[in-house]
Design a protein around this ligand. Sequence first.
Ligand code: ASP
Ligand code: MG
Length: 439
Amino acid sequence: MKVLKFGGTSVGRPSRMHQVAEIVTSQNGPKIVVLSALSGTTNALVKIGEDLMAGKHEEAAEEIEGLYNHYLNFHNELVGKENSLAKARYVINEHFSFIRSLLKVAFNENYTKELLAQGELMSTKLFSIYMDEAGHKNILLPALDFMAIDDKDEPDLHVIQSKLGRLLESHNRNELFITQGYICLNAQQKIDNLKRGGSDYTASLIGAAIRAEIVQIWTDIDGMHNNDPRMVEHTKPVAELSFDEASELAYFGAKILHPSSILPAKQYNVPVQLKNTMDPEAFGTLISSEEKTKEIKAIAAKDGITAIKIKSTRMLLAYGFLNKIFEVFEQHRTPIDMITTSEVAVSLTIDDDSKLENIIEELKGFGAVTVDKDQSIICMVGNDVVEVQGIIKRIFEALKDIPIRMISYGGSKYNVSVLTESTYKKQALMALNKELFNL
Ligand code: ASP
Ligand code: MG
């Protein structure tokens, strides 16, 4: 069994959905197709939810009607036969009458989750109607019947596995299944989701649950690039990455894949291939357990980083000091990304600064605290990169004109990272591209 996931832009126009059908049917064997909402839909639903929360009903009503018209136009071009048009219109009307009904309730968090689920529910139903019309027999599997998160909002792979297994078993004569990305049921059996961009995560969880032969993630770029194509010219897709390389890159900026989605695939050794809907022949990027090369494969950057330094002579020769500092971050449920220490100071970075003020207040009890905002982590990723001869010299040669605030080397054998002010990011990425890839 294969899992094929298509993102919002891949289904964002009727003609794109037709292309998706071609890609799906050109591959042999049984498959599960996971779809995102049409591009723009989830953003629009988020906005509608925010307006309803804020009591701005007129604005919300206008946005709802705008989105409704978008779907009406969409279905007109998606299908041709009268009975398919009628079915598609029925689906759209059904979901929009639910969305409109939210204008009349005391809106709350639970309704938001239900509202956000409408995008994926509609895209999959519309695609299924199109596939029926095109003569491709398919089964719509409701993600809410098997995709589950526990009381810590973590996917429950055992539940997913047993529920999905039973569903597939009951349709064992079928070869083509369609399901929603992103949405799930939570521990209270209420509609929830896997957070923004979560459809990738759905695909890899399904891949892990059924031990798929491969998970294909179809987007609008030809794989993970060796540098940020928005910042640097002449980047190119990396053909092969190991699971560890890919998870470092997905976390540090390469926006193409949801960072959590590597884990289930790695756990059950299911290869993940990133493919381009606009150029299906291009190889893309294959992520697997193979660790063939020792070299820097890609550079990625993550913005919006805050660096915090705690300096204290009490740290000198003292034990338990770092522990106390970590406890502050743990209490505020704020993950630390990079860390470097000297005998009298420790510098670390966070990317979620929502609890920053409280954190600083508490850290002041341990020493002098300095905070630098608007920093970027630039990370260079490759298997055993730390063992490559002369690598540090080349990195520093490239970065010789750029003020570096922190360096992390040897923490993992897959990555070397530096921290700099975000204003230097582009210059740093370009210089590294030239020095490391000769581009
Ligand atoms: N539709 C959701 C979002 O836009 C999930 C996804 O596309 O992966 O975040
Ligand atoms: Mg995405």
